[in-house]
Design a protein around this ligand. Structure first.
Ligand code: DX5
Ligand code: ZN
Length: 223
């Protein structure tokens, strides 16, 4: 199994020192920087917008993986693209014209991701899988870091991995929420190849070790 990509979520970092946090995880071996955008409507929390993406773009060369937890992503896609997002992920629950939204992202030369909340069925992906660069499975209800991984996410990851094999397409299959060194092997064995982790990385005394452990966990035998 090839190593998964590791995307630290800066939601768990010190917001007064985000540049430093991003540079620390870059030095510690992160592959992407995961930025959680929350609008106070789609999720019960508020975080950052395009100005923060633009500011962080200047302090790292890593791809910026921007997770849009908002009800009206279409209105902000051009601004996030201009700010320097490399991946823009929207929620299927927020996009009545999902195909149009995905095309709008790709026309701006940005990778397009679609995300599913824990209670959303994989069937919502059926007609969009071939168009996306990334599928993001939420393994907690979005809105906050530090929550507990929802176990039914494993079956969902397996289902999507099987759908991708049937459709003969290979977007990234990313998982977000409650990932720890304890459950990461199961997440990888289910078929994920990109991992978002907030608390497991920023809450660790040694971020290089934390990233290495997440990356190599699939070599661990599950008992
Ligand atoms: C939750 C966010 C996640 C969150 C993950 O709404 O989308 O990216 O920061 O944090 P942990 O890894 O702490 O669950
Ligand atoms: Zn996220």
């Amino acid at each position: 199994m090839p190593s998964p990509l590791i995307a630290p979520s800066i939601l768990a970092a010190d917001f007064a020192r985000l540049a430093e946090a991003v540079q620390q995880v870059e030095a510690a071996g992160a592959d992407w920087i995961h930025i959680d955008v929350m609008d106070g409507h789609f999720v019960p929390n508020l975080t950052v917008g395009p100005p923060m993406v633009e500011a962080l773009r200047k302090v790292t060369s890593l791809p910026l993986d921007v997770h849009l937890m908002m009800t009206n992503p279409d209105e902000f896609i051009p601004e996030f693209a201009k700010a320097g997002a490399d991946i823009l992920t929207v929620h299927v629950e927020a996009c009545p014209h999902l195909h149009r939204t995905v095309q709008a992202i790709k026309e701006l030369n940005v990778k397009a991701g679609v995300s599913l909340n824990p209670a959303t069925s994989t069937t919502t992906l059926e007609y969009i899988l071939g168009d996306v660069d990334l599928v993001l499975v939420m393994s907690v209800n979005p809105g906050f870091g530090g929550q507990t991984f929802i176990d039914s996410s494993l079956e969902k990851i397996r289902q999507i991995r099987a759908m991708l094999a049937d459709a003969k397409c290979s977007p990234y299959l990313e998982v977000d929420g409650g990932i720890t060194v304890k459950n990461v092997a199961s997440v990888l064995h289910a078929g994920a190849n990109a991992l978002v982790a907030g608390s497991a990385i920023f809450g660790s005394a040694n971020m290089s070790d934390a990233i290495r452990q997440l990356r190599t966990a699939d070599q661990t035998v599950i008992v």
